[in-house]
Design a protein around this ligand. Structure first.
Ligand code: FES
Ligand SMILES: [Fe+2]
Length: 381
């Protein structure tokens, strides 16, 4: 990729038009591995969860043999969605429309009034269409193609650049889940996530405990890897400064904040682990769900304060942080700051006076590379 370019790559329409949105749904989100939850979401036969992967709704269900299987959430009769959200189906999957019934392995088991209504039905050809499912780093993943191959073909190269966290052993604090609908295109949200240039500015008061001058980042295949160490003044008195038990060895403290293509961010820090799941809803609307894990869920409030509101850290080392929770730019919450910036950018794209300005040589390299990647996948200039 040409990382020397210092102008943005994608046109304004890429962030505003339905045409681009539709192409991305078809060519990116329907052809890649999609985050479908944490591994512990499904741990007994009959439990299921469903997820939108581009144009496909897919559910994962655990069979009686305790194997995970993924199916397209489409009844083989007239296409009604079979399962919604998360739950437990016990032994069978029953379509709500005409009660066609499938087993947990996807075979069609029964059709009401079969002899009268469908006298020559070959039920063996009417099993559910399979998708692919896998577990990786404590997460569940699905791919619409049943022959998607190994998930390590997709994530293997970036894995050494992620944090040393043992995600399966950490504990989710359920009340820590957040869900935001952001009035911005999904690429603005993702580009903000991988923009190293804004960290010392937009988040001057909230992310100051990391050493932004020592960021190590770059693309590994389609995935963006990012690491920055704690600033020396925080690292020195770590035992005093850190609000909760470390989840990684003390000699490796810092933050790994990769963005896995297309739109699955991780926030892997010394005291917590989070997933930041981006789902495009419309050209100017994006859902972001975060789920977080820590070493000890009873200390959650303490960890959450530190994770979301790094004004906490500033106060802790005697800084003068004074936040106003009602103002996103002074709330001490870095996510509120990011959402504010993303929504303002999206709004400006509508103005006839908007034109892309120059892009910074180092801090915004990842942003340009992400745009090149999207352009390649979509196949449009
Ligand atoms: S659509 Fe499912 S049973 Fe008719
Ligand atoms: Fe940010």
């Amino acid at each position: 990729m040409n990382s020397q370019r210092t102008m943005p790559i994608l046109p304004v329409e890429a962030y505003t038009s339905q045409e681009w949105f539709d192409l991305e749904q078809e060519r990116i989100f329907s052809r890649t591995w999609a985050f479908a939850g944490l591994a512990e979401d499904i741990d007994e036969p009959g439990q299921y969860t469903s997820v939108q992967a581009g144009l496909n709704n897919i559910f994962i269900v655990m069979g009686r043999d305790r194997r995970l299987r993924a199916f397209h959430n489409i009844c083989r009769h007239r296409g009604t969605q079979l399962l919604r959200a998360v739950g437990n189906t016990q032994r069978a999957i029953v379509c709500p429309y005409h009660d066609w019934t499938y087993d947990l392995e996807g075979n069609l088991l029964s059709v009401p009034n079969q002899e009268r209504e469908f006298p020559n039905l070959d039920m063996s050809c009417l099993g559910l269409k399979q998708a692919s499912v896998d577990r990786w780093r404590g997460m569940l993943w699905v791919h619409p193609d049943e022959n998607a191959g190994s998930i390590m073909d997709w994530f293997g190269a970036v894995e050494p650049h992620l944090g040393p966290h043992d995600v399966d052993r950490l504990i989710e604090y359920k009340d820590g889940r957040t869900e935001h609908e952001i009035a911005a295109n999904w690429k603005i949200v993702v580009e903000n996530y991988i923009d190293g240039y804004h960290l010392a500015h937009l988040h001057a008061g909230t992310l100051a405990m990391y050493d932004h001058a020592r960021i190590e980042s770059g693309f590994v295949g389609p995935h963006f890897a990012f690491y920055e160490p704690l600033a020396p003044e925080f690292a020195e008195n770590l035992a005093e400064n850190t609000p909760s038990p470390l989840v990684i060895p003390p000699d490796r403290v810092g933050a790994w904040v990769p963005m896995l293509f297309p739109g699955i961010g991780l926030g892997e820090t010394e005291s917590s682990w989070s997933v930041f799941h981006v789902t495009p809803l419309a050209p100017d609307r994006t859902r972001v769900v975060t789920r977080s894990k820590v070493a000890d869920a009873s200390l959650w409030d303490f960890v959450w304060q530190s994770f979301r509101s790094y004004g906490f850290w500033a106060r802790r080392i005697g800084g003068k942080f004074e936040g106003d929770a009602s103002d996103p730019m002074a709330s001490g919450d870095f996510m509120a700051e990011d959402i504010y910036a993303c929504e303002q950018q999206q709004r400006s794209l509508q103005s006839p006076y908007f034109e892309h300005g120059p892009s910074s040589a180092k801090g915004e390299t990842g942003v340009r590379q992400h745009q090149e990647l999207v352009q390649e996948w979509v196949g449009r200039p």
